[in-house]
Ligand binder design. Structure first.
Ligand code: B1M
Length: 210
């Protein structure tokens, strides 16, 4: 078994205490950080499939999520670098009713390293909370909404539409998360969509510089 395969196996088994050490060993062996991150993301897909098949339940999903978060902590310094350029402030959150935060946290790290000052509102974020954060923070150039559940896509639509009709200006809205598509982003009036954390930085820069 390769070290990356070991990371995957322990992550899928929800071994939060073992995953960070294995991630470090995988790095020490010379594996690329992107490959390790992709392997962990793939494992979360495996966990989701097992949940759908009724082979595991919410507690196991939660343990796998904790293991991934611990693994991400190890690679975080390698994913982020301090950018000298300032792209303004980005307010980010997972939309109301949705508690998934791993993807949102990865997007946060990548946008921070691209040069945004990040205000992370966490999960289950109401429209009102997004609006309050825009009003309370200076130079908000981007609002980023994440969502993983098909059932919370209506909350994402509500949030984007409320942001657009709030009368507040100076920022663009980017959306993402597994069920989100470019077509959906267009339909709900978002300015941009990105399928993953890497492309979110490219799209975010494009939006705020436009
Ligand atoms: Co839940 N869950 N979950 N879950 N969970 C999914 C999403 C699911 C697909 C699993 C499945 O059934 N196969 C399914 C949703 C089905 C659907 O709606 N179509 C599901 C379900 C049903 C549920 C519950 C309803 C289960 C229940 O209680 N019966 C419940 C809902 C709770 C709630 O939110 N109200 C629930 C709960 C949970 C846990 C709390 C146990 C846990 C989350 C813990 C946490 O996040 N701290 C959890 C987990 C871990 C998952 C899976 C297994 C993994 C999610 C993950 O972290 N992936 C997931 C299955 C799956 O994803 N295949 C599943 C890794 C992460 C890196 O990817 O978040 O997709 P992701 O982020 C990606 C992109 O989407 C993108 O970039 C990231 C990668 O670079 N991205 C953005 C994300 N946000 C972006 C924003 C952007 C741009 C890109 O711009 C702003």
């Amino acid at each position: 078994m390769t070290k990356i395969e070991e990371v995957k196996a322990k992550l899928e088994a929800g071994k939060a205490k073992l995953v960070p050490g294995l991630v470090q060993e995988a790095l020490d062996e010379g594996n690329a950080v992107g490959d390790i991150l992709q392997a962990m993301t793939d494992s979360m897909g495996v966990v989701g499939d097992k949940f759908s098949a009724g082979e595991i339940f919410v507690p196991e999903m939660l343990m796998a999520a904790k293991a991934m978060s611990k693994g991400v902590e190890v690679i975080k310094p390698l994913l982020t670098s301090t950018s000298t350029s300032s792209l303004g402030t980005c307010v980010i959150g997972t939309v109301q009713g949705d508690l998934h935060d791993i993807g949102k946290n990865l997007v946060t790290m990548m946008l921070e390293s691209a040069g945004f000052n990040m205000i992370d509102l966490g999960v289950d974020v109401s429209t009102e909370k997004f609006i309050k954060a825009i009003k309370e923070n200076e130079n908000v150039t981007l609002v980023a909404c994440s969502g993983l559940l098909t059932t919370t896509m209506s909350a994402m639509k509500e949030t984007v539409q409320a942001l657009k009709s709030s009368g507040l200006t100076g920022f663009k809205v980017i959306v993402g998360g597994a069920p989100v598509t470019q077509a959906m982003a267009d339909e709900i009036g978002a300015d941009g969509f990105a399928p993953d954390a890497g492309s979110a930085t490219v799209k975010a820069k494009e939006l705020v510089k436009a």
